[in-house]
Design a protein around this ligand. Structure first.
Ligand code: FE
Length: 210
C-alpha cells in the first residue's frame, strides 16, 4: 500500500490491475517509470474545459482572434498553447441566432481533449451517439435546452482526424467584461452544444452559493 493511501479500504480491483499492468510493462522495458504519472497529471491538470473557455472568451473579446479561429481553428487554439492529444485538427462551429451546433462522435467517443479534457460519460453512451443525429432537438430538451423552431440545429460528427468545438453566443449583459470574467460563463456543455453559457445572473448565483 502506498503512502498516499490514507483509508483503511484496499485499493479497488481496477486500481490494483492497472498498477500490476504498469509494473509488468516497466519490468519488460516497455514503459518508463513515471510515464504513467506524467500522463495522468496531464489529464488531471493540463487538459480540461477551462482551456476551451479561454478560447471562447478570447473569441468573444477580440474580433481578429475570432476571425482566425473561424478560418484556422487549430492554429488559433495553438496560439493559446493548446494542441496535440486528439486536438490536432480542430474546427470551430459558431452558434448564431439562426444556427445551433452540437457535436458527437457517432462511432466512439472522439472529443477535443486539449480544449475540453476527457469526455463526460453520457457523451460515450450509445443512446447519445445514435439519438443526437436522429432527433437532436429531443435530445437537447433532455439536457434542458429548448431550441426555437426557427433555429436550425446542426450536428457535427467527430472522427479520428477532426474534432469540433462549439463557439456559443456571448451572453447578454456582458459588455465591458474582461476575458477572465467571460471565461467563467463558458460551460463544458456550451462547447459541446448540449448547453448554453451561464448568464451573468446564473454566474452570480453560483458564486454566491460557493
Ligand atoms: Fe470517436
Amino acid at each position: 500500500m502506498t503512502d498516499e493511501h490514507h483509508g483503511t479500504e484496499p485499493p479497488s480491483e481496477a486500481a490494483l490491475r492497472i498498477k500490476a499492468m504498469e509494473q509488468v510493462l516497466i519490468e519488460k522495458g516497455l514503459l518508463e517509470a513515471g510515464a504513467v504519472d506524467t500522463i495522468v497529471d496531464i489529464f488531471e491538470h493540463q487538459l480540461g474545459p477551462k482551456n476551451g473557455a479561454r478560447v471562447v472568451a478570447r473569441a468573444w473579446s477580440d474580433e481578429a482572434y475570432h476571425q482566425r479561429l473561424m478560418t484556422d481553428a487549430t492554429a488559433a487554439i495553438l496560439e493559446l498553447g493548446y494542441s496535440g492529444f486528439d486536438g490536432e485538427y480542430m474546427v470551430v462551429c459558431e452558434n448564431t441566432a439562426e444556427v445551433h451546433n452540437v457535436t458527437v462522435c457517432t462511432l466512439c467517443s472522439c472529443y477535443p481533449w486539449p480544449t475540453l479534457g476527457l469526455p463526460p460519460m453520457w457523451y460515450k453512451t450509445a443512446a447519445y451517439r445514435s439519438r443526437v443525429v436522429i432527433e437532436p432537438r429531443e435530445v437537447l430538451k433532455e439536457f434542458g435546452l429548448t431550441i426555437a423552431d426557427d433555429v436550425e440545429v446542426r450536428v457535427w460528427d467527430s472522427n479520428n482526424e477532426l474534432r469540433y468545438l462549439v463557439l456559443p453566443m456571448r451572453p447578454a449583459g456582458t459588455d465591458g467584461w474582461s476575458e477572465e470574467q467571460l471565461a467563467k460563463l463558458v460551460t463544458r456543455d456550451s462547447m459541446i452544444g448540449t448547453g448554453l453559457p451561464l448568464t451573468p445572473e446564473q454566474l452570480a448565483a453560483q458564486e454566491a452559493s460557493a
